[in-house]
Design a protein around this ligand. Structure first.
Ligand code: HMG
Length: 438
């Protein structure tokens, strides 16, 4: 079947839906109803969501949960989390409660520098290019003034611009490597606007630079774009307590637990297959808060994983040690987050999440997000090194299995009661449903 279409973007929402359902679906009414049941009855709210992206045909719900009892730098938080996976919110909540009784989490922003680059090709004399750069650098700042003025008033702006020679890696390739302070904004628009202005100024001034030959004046700008790799925008989160306080169950010996926990982290530091899963568990917490607060989780994911492989091997983002009877578990990660701009002032649930978090600055949000990641990793490793992950995970997943089998409320109550004393597996749940239905 030929399913291409020209001018799709110009169709109305209902015309788009008509085309989709007639082209791809056998039961067109069913397909339409599936889309429509997620529309909001408040047409203004629906329009707001329609206009977040392009070609919107419906809304895609994710559960929005909360994890209470997070004591961070002495202040209590209830953390909002948007995520589809069962047991993540429970795990974060459990870790928060555990550390609440042990002094809570400490978090600190170590640096906040963001990066952007103008990538260009130049096939002339590198020394002359350097001369040109030194001459034009003040003009790069001056021409971007209209963009940077407000940011500078608030204390941010362009920190520096460097010329970087990358010709060893790619013939003729150079960069304007610029650093920025964007305060409470994630900064993507600000940085990209500055970079595009640098590129315009750079190209224009090259044409006028007397020491360039005619060929050298033809600098080719390839692209101007921020980097989502922000190794100088780092936050540290940490928990620590005496080893002897590390158990909240008589089945767990604190010394043995601490030792096994540190081993588990050490394995993730040297074994990439384990490190990826270990870090995925950290991202369970990070992504959920990043999404709930309307931030760009793709940017965060890309940057965090690049950081995890900064020495050439993919490694654990968290670290753990026992020294002089003290257990310490910590993480340093790059996070470029915003609490103004983007969706933060638009999406009603993002506004709710921000208020729930006491309207944090970007730095405070970095701390909260890092703590959610550390807590998640603590909970996962605690399960992995004691009961195994399936016990708690399946306990939380029970409701999904029951819903798959359209269990009634009465059946759910009976089966949840049954599994208080039995191990949850998919098969055991199916058998329990069958037994009840007989
Ligand atoms: P539990 O000890 O059976 O829970 O743990 P509990 O019923 O005794 O309750 C203790 C506390 O846990 C509660 O305190 C809550 O804070 C929380 P309370 O509220 O009663 O004062 N809690 C809940 N919160 C909300 N809703 C619930 C709920 N149940 C408990 N229904 C738990 C159960 C799942 C928390 C535990 O087994 C756990 O932390 N497991 C780890 C789960 C996990 O990591 N899930 C992520 C998905 S698996 C994955 O993708 C990552 C992984 O591969 C990463 C890696 O390999 O490193 C594992």
């Amino acid at each position: 079947m030929n399913t291409s279409i020209s001018g799709f973007s110009k169709l109305s929402k209902s015309e788009k839906i008509d085309w989709i359902v007639t082209t791809y679906f056998t039961n067109q009414e069913d397909a339409k109803n599936t889309l429509k049941q997620y529309w909001n009855s408040d047409s203004k709210l629906q329009q707001l969501h329609d206009e977040f992206i392009e070609n919107t045909i419906t809304n895609y719900y994710l559960p929005f949960g909360v994890a209470p009892n997070f004591l961070i730098n002495g202040k209590l938080h209830t953390i909002p989390m948007a995520i589809e996976e069962s047991s993540v919110v429970a795990a974060a909540s459990k870790a928060a409660k555990f550390w609440l009784d042990r002094g809570g989490f400490k978090a600190e922003v170590l640096s906040t520098t963001k990066i952007g680059q103008v990538h260009f090709m130049f096939h002339g004399n590198a020394e002359t290019l350097k001369q040109f750069f030194d001459t034009v650098k003040p003009k790069l700042f001056a021409d971007a003034k209209s963009i940077t003025e407000n940011m500078e008033k608030r204390g941010g702006g362009i920190l520096d611009i460097e010329l970087r020679n990358k010709t060893k890696d790619l013939d003729g390739y150079y960069q304007l490597h610029a650093t920025f302070e964007t305060l409470d904004a994630m900064g993507a628009n600000f940085i990209n606007s500055c970079l595009e202005q640098f590129a315009t100024t750079f190209k224009r001034e090259a044409m006028l630079f007397e020491n360039f030959s005619e060929a050298e004046k033809q600098i080719e700008i390839v692209m101007s774009i921020l980097s989502n790799y922000v190794p100088n925008c780092i936050v540290r989160a940490e928990v620590s307590c005496p080893v002897k306080e590390l158990s909240d169950s008589k089945n767990i010996d604190p010394e043995a637990f601490a030792q096994k926990f540190v081993q588990a982290v050490n394995i993730a530091e040297i074994e990439p297959f384990r490190a990826v899963t270990h870090n995925k568990g950290i991202m369970n917490g990070i992504d959920a808060v990043v999404l709930a607060t309307g931030n760009d989780f793709r940017a965060v994911e890309a940057g965090v994983h690049a950081y995890a492989s900064r020495d050439g091997q993919y490694r654990s983002l968290t670290h753990a040690k026992v020294e002089n009877g003290l257990f310490t578990f910590w993480m340093e990660i790059p996070l470029a987050l915003g609490t103004v701009g983007g969706l933060t002032g638009l999406h009603p649930l993002v506004k709710f999440a921000m208020e729930l978090l006491h309207n944090p600055s970007a730095k405070e949000l970095m701390e909260i997000v890092a703590v959610a990641g550390l807590a998640q990793n603590f909970a996962a490793l605690r399960s992995l090194t004691t009961t195994g992950i399936q016990e708690g995970h399946m306990k939380m997943h029970l409701m999904n299995i029951l819903n798959q089998f359209n269990a009634t409320d009465k059946e759910k109550i009976a089966i949840i009661h049954h599994f208080k004393t039995h191990v949850v597996t998919h098969r055991a749940v199916v058998e329990a449903i069958e037994a009840i239905r007989q």
